[in-house]
Ligand binder design. Structure first.
Ligand code: ADE
Length: 254
């Protein structure tokens, strides 16, 4: 996969590309990432990328020509994404869809906005990372890249595979514990120490359902639950009804 970022701050991406899983994916050549300085595509002697808005008003608007030139040098087929609060909210499903693309182009907005002709004629899709306003699309571009790159083949090892991720089956991940077995009097749930893999799998599924029900009930409604999941959910609901199943019951205090 190739990802091209069009930005007036390409240097912001340096630490992001030089560390951790993203760095590994670059070294393995699973992904090729190029951060382009929009100013390099401005042809005037001042390398101007923005200008005053027609009709007046505060702020500057990114000019269409440099963005157009920057995008046109990227190979087809390409998906051109503009990062903006106007866009559809990014989620795990969108990350999976993007992970199938050959060429992804991320245009980072700045200032008051971008000339509308870019949005209408050049951009395939507008994406937001949430209902708040940032100063530009650079952080959203990193968010999207991180979510997408970890889904590419062989980027994650078995030990941190995407299979256990939150949202993998439309549910939040189950709780995790590590040593010590007892910490400040709080014990790890006994089933995790039992060595019984079937029971552990059932506990994990149930706790994943519980986390989702308690923290993101909207996801439960959309999740594709099988009859076994529905039984577990009914058990959880009964426990909640009886005032059981809170963290005091699950982490046995000695
Ligand atoms: N640019 C500014 N705010 C943004 C947001 N919330 N998502 C994507 N791009 C943005």
């Amino acid at each position: 996969m190739r990802i091209d970022i069009i930005t007036i701050f390409p240097e912001l991406f340096n630490p992001f590309l030089q560390l951790g899983i993203v760095k590994k994916a670059l070294e393995k050549k699973t992904v090729d990432i190029r951060a382009h300085d929009l100013r390099n595509f401005a042809l005037d002697k001042h390398r101007m990328v923005d200008d005053y808005p027609y009709g007046g008003g505060p702020g500057m608007v990114l000019k269409p020509e440099p963005i157009w030139r920057a995008v046109e040098q990227i190979p087809q087929p390409r998906r051109v994404v503009f990062l903006t609060p106007h866009g559809r909210t990014f989620d795990q499903e969108k990350a999976w869809e993007m992970a199938q693309l050959k060429n992804l182009v991320l245009i980072c907005g700045r200032y008051e906005g971008v000339d509308e002709r870019v949005r209408e004629e050049l951009v395939d899709e507008e994406i937001s990372i949430g209902d708040y306003v940032l100063n530009g699309g650079e952080i959203p571009a990193m968010v999207i890249m991180e979510a997408v790159i970890r889904l590419l083949p062989e980027v994650l090892g078995d030990e941190d595979s995407v299979v256990g991720d939150s949202f993998y089956q439309g549910l939040l991940d189950h709780p995790h514990y590590t040593r010590p077995e007892e910490f400040k009097g709080y014990r790890v749930p006994g089933v995790l120490l039992s060595g019984d893999h079937k029971k552990i799998a059932r506990w994990r599924k149930k706790e994943s359902l519980r986390q989702t029900l308690l923290k993101r009930p909207d996801l439960i409604k959309k999740a594709n639950l099988d009859p076994e999941d529905r039984d577990l959910l009914a058990e959880i609901e009964a426990e909640i009804e009886e005032g059981l199943g809170g963290k005091e019951d699950r982490n046995e205090k000695c």
